[in-house]
Ligand binder design. Structure first.
Ligand code: C2E
Ligand code: CA
Ligand code: CA
Length: 410
């Protein structure tokens, strides 16, 4: 068993004095494997070498060039499974907001430190650190190469799971979101965060999205034929919005499947910075003109959510789970939740809260005026055939539980 004291700790700060100070304090506390970096690029470089990947990073927020928040986003792209401590001279609110954003990126944050850093505060945070990678990332992520992924798409190894979106007011099932899974013949179920970026980087994302769309349309047509008309959402990568024939493709497939564009939701998230936004804007606008529903995904964590809101005719806004789960107990999350909700309502959009994980999250939503809810409290993503059984159970649960009952007043 490796002890936390032997694990690789990286200190990232543009001020040489802070680097020296923090490294010194860590050494005094018994940590032996410390690397200091004065810029984000150097720190990210460590993640490329198997033997150098840090288990903990102490990261300054304010740095020239790549700042702390951009650095965190890049960490996510690299699949970083370690922990993080934010260090900053900013006020408490800025630090809180930054913490919330980091959590929204699913990175474990041990805490934050104000400059000037006190040895006691640092010691306290380090004492709570076990060195174990956080649960979600406990198993090392395997990278799949593009050729294998190409094969998987061609051989039909990708399959859609569906997660319900329900009305907050009535608890009724309104739609589902398709979430792609790879049924790997030897590795078992592989989740999208292990292959979407490979698809984006190697020109496979169009094929992947087409596969997901065609399957979602077939399932949607079947639900509709059996008396369950549902909106079905698919995730669209910004890279899909470079191909000018994308709207034609979506239109033709929807028509062939007999599914109305109004029942198809295209969830768009800006996972990477787009240099030229003209093509995506044109494509999104054309999709909207053809009556497809556009949804802005992971709101609050993207690169330029506000600019997107201004420029694209979205009808739906999904508030990232970082601002939903636990919002009832966290002032900052709650403030960001209400800010996003208010903005969306002002613009006449429907709002979906993601990451509704427990009763407290659900109860909180009932008093907010948020339209739809999605999350483990309602259902985990499931294969298409399981939806029927879940729906029956859900209806029984609504009937039996006062907490889920439709609300007369909001
Ligand atoms: P997303 O679009 O934000 O999807 C929601 C993710 O959160 C899903 O993870 C879902 O399983 C998970 N989730 C749902 N409810 C809860 C909850 O209550 N608590 C927590 N902690 N998590 C919850 P999944 O399926 O692993 O997908 C991850 C991401 O991969 C998606 O995030 C989406 O950005 C991307 N993705 C999934 N399918 C596709 C696809 O077909 N095409 C593209 N381009 N991206 C996809
Ligand atoms: Ca989504
Ligand atoms: Ca999302």
């Amino acid at each position: 068993m490796t002890r936390a004291l032997d694990m690789h700790v990286v200190v990232l700060d543009d001020e040489p004095f802070m680097l020296k100070l923090l490294a010194h304090l860590l050494r005094n506390q018994g940590f032996s494997h410390i690397t200091t970096c004065d810029n984000g690029v150097a720190a990210l470089g460590l993640l490329e070498h198997a033997g150098k990947v840090p288990a903990l990073i102490l990261c300054d927020l304010n740095m020239p060039g790549m700042d702390g928040m951009e650095f965190v986003r890049r960490l996510v792209e690299h699949g970083y499974a370690g922990s993080l401590i934010l260090v900053s001279g900013e006020d408490e609110r800025t630090l809180q907001t930054a913490r919330t954003l980091v959590q929204a990126h699913r990175i474990e944050i041990l805490g934050s430190l104000h400059k000037p850093v006190s040895p006691q505060a640092l010691a306290q945070l380090m004492a709570g650190w076990t060195g174990a990678p956080h649960a979600a990332a406990a198993t090392p992520r395997k990278r799949y190469d593009a050729e294998r992924l190409r094969q998987a798409i061609a051989q039909g190894e990708l399959t859609n799971y569906y997660q319900p979106k329900v009305s907050v007011r009535t608890a009724a099932l309104i739609g589902v979101e398709a979430l792609v899974r790879w049924r790997h013949p030897t590795d078992g179920m592989v989740f999208p965060d292990q292959f979407i970026d490979v698809a984006e980087e190697h020109d496979l994302i169009d094929d992947l999205t087409h596969t997901v769309l065609v399957q979602a349309l077939a399932d949607s047509a079947a639900w509709q034929a059996h008396g369950l008309p549902l909106r079905v959402a698919i995730n669209v990568s910004m890279d899909n919005l470079r191909a000018l024939d994308f709207p034609d493709f979506v239109c033709a497939r929807a028509q062939a499947a007999g599914v109305a564009p109004q029942s198809i939701v295209l969830e768009v998230t800006e996972s990477r910075l787009m240099r030229d936004v003209r093509a995506p804007l044109e494509i999104l606008t054309r999709l909207r003109l053809r009556r497809f529903r556009l949804s802005i995904d992971d709101f609050g964590t993207g690169h330029s959510s506000l600019a997107q809101l201004r420029d694209v005719p979205f009808e739906e806004l999904k508030i990232d789970r970082g601002f939903v789960h636990g919002a009832h107990a966290n002032e900052t999350s709650r403030a960001l939740f209400f800010a996003s909700l208010g903005l969306a309502k002002e613009l006449g959009m429907e709002v979906v809260a993601e990451g509704v994980e427990d009763q407290a999250d659900w109860d909180f939503l009932k008093h907010t005026g948020c339209d739809l809810a999605q999350g483990y409290y309602i259902a985990r993503p499931m294969p298409a055939p399981a939806l029927w059984q879940w729906h029956t159970h859900w209806q029984q649960r609504i009937a039996a539980s006062a907490a889920l009952q439709p609300q007369d007043t909001l």
